[in-house]
Design a protein around this ligand. Structure first.
Ligand code: C2E
Ligand code: CA
Ligand code: CA
Ligand code: CA
Length: 279
């Protein structure tokens, strides 16, 4: 099965040669990038609306390609999924996240909560839960300080392996979230029938929140129903103070967006959380 191999494989696509060329180059370079430490894990600080003592963050991968410069994860994560490199990438992300968490603990900082993005492809892999639990165990970390964010996709969402991993991760203590909620196929029924704890409302509903009565109505209804189903709600893409206050009032549990802070390297994140911190 090509998907399980480390070597990228290619599916014919009718795009222009230039785009294909870039994609092929990126696919080939990505394997090396993982090995050569061209990747970095940024932190975007978040806020819990009712727990001021915990400073959560979402971890977002960055790739500085020697030729193309910074490449959006939206572009290369998809390539990684298509070529089967995603499992490597996710293992790298989780190992790096565990190292960051371990560094905080070593500095005596315990009030963190990291949200990590995983792919549906990862959960479709046998033993995924076991593999990542081992990484966290090796670093002596508590799983309940981590949220795993999963973007809804049509494929594999109800395969046996996928559901077993989901269940095992929940049992292992991870907080599980559906990312980009409202844009894809998942519904609140799906969320509550599976061991999810959170939904993360997609930023497209938040970005023109103030101007869009329609988006306000959708978000309001989503929050109300989510609460009745015992799901926590995160809002991302908050770019102004008015939207932040409105979302707090509506009962969002976790808030994220450029208005609060942009994604930043780990060192800057340390200074952001404790301005007197010296690295
Ligand atoms: P996402 O998980 O939905 O992440 C949120 C994206 O919104 C991030 O883009 C973040 O920088 C951006 N963002 C945050 N606040 C604001 C805001 O106020 N306004 C606007 N316009 N954007 C905001 P980024 O870092 O480019 O990541 C894009 C996507 O790539 C992510 O979407 C996620 O699906 C994927 N991704 C990123 N890191 C990882 C990773 O480590 N593993 C996996 N599997 N996917 C990742
Ligand atoms: Ca996410
Ligand atoms: Ca999202
Ligand atoms: Ca996304």
């Amino acid at each position: 099965q090509a998907k399980e191999k480390d070597v990228p494989y290619f599916i014919y696509s009718p795009e222009s040669d230039l785009i294909s060329e870039r994609r092929i180059k990126l696919a080939l370079d990505l394997a090396n990038a993982i090995r050569n430490n061209e990747l970095e894990l940024y932190h975007q600080p978040q806020l819990f609306s009712n727990q001021t003592h915990i400073t959560p963050s979402e971890l977002l991968i960055r790739w500085k390609h020697p030729l193309y410069g910074f490449i959006s994860p939206d572009e290369f994560v998809m390539i990684a999924e298509e070529t089967g490199l995603i499992n490597h990438l996710t293992t790298w992300v989780i190992t790096r996240a565990a190292k960051h968490a371990k560094a905080l603990v070593t500095f005596g900082i315990h009030d963190f909560h990291f949200a990590i993005n995983v792919s549906a492809h990862d959960l479709s892999k046998d033993g995924f839960c076991h593999e990542i639990c081992n990484i966290f165990k090796r670093h002596n970390l508590l799983t309940n300080q981590f949220t795993l964010e999963l973007t809804e996709t049509t494929h594999s969402l109800d395969s046996e392996t996928f559901n077993k991993n989901l269940f095992d991760l929940s049992e292992a203590g991870f907080n599980l979230a559906i990312d980009d909620f409202g844009t894809g196929y998942s519904s609140l029924t799906y969320a509550s029938d599976h061991p999810f704890d959170d939904i993360k409302i997609d930023k497209q509903f938040i970005q023109d929140f103030f101007n869009s009565e329609k988006h306000q109505a959708i978000v309001k209804a989503t929050i109300t129903m989510a609460k009745n189903l015992d799901l926590n709600v995160t809002a991302e893409g908050i770019e102004d103070g008015v939207t932040l206050e409105l979302l707090k009032e509506l009962g969002c549990d976790k808030l994220q967006g450029y208005y609060i802070a942009k994604p930043m390297p780990f060192n800057e994140y340390l200074k952001w959380r404790s301005p007197n911190f010296e690295t």
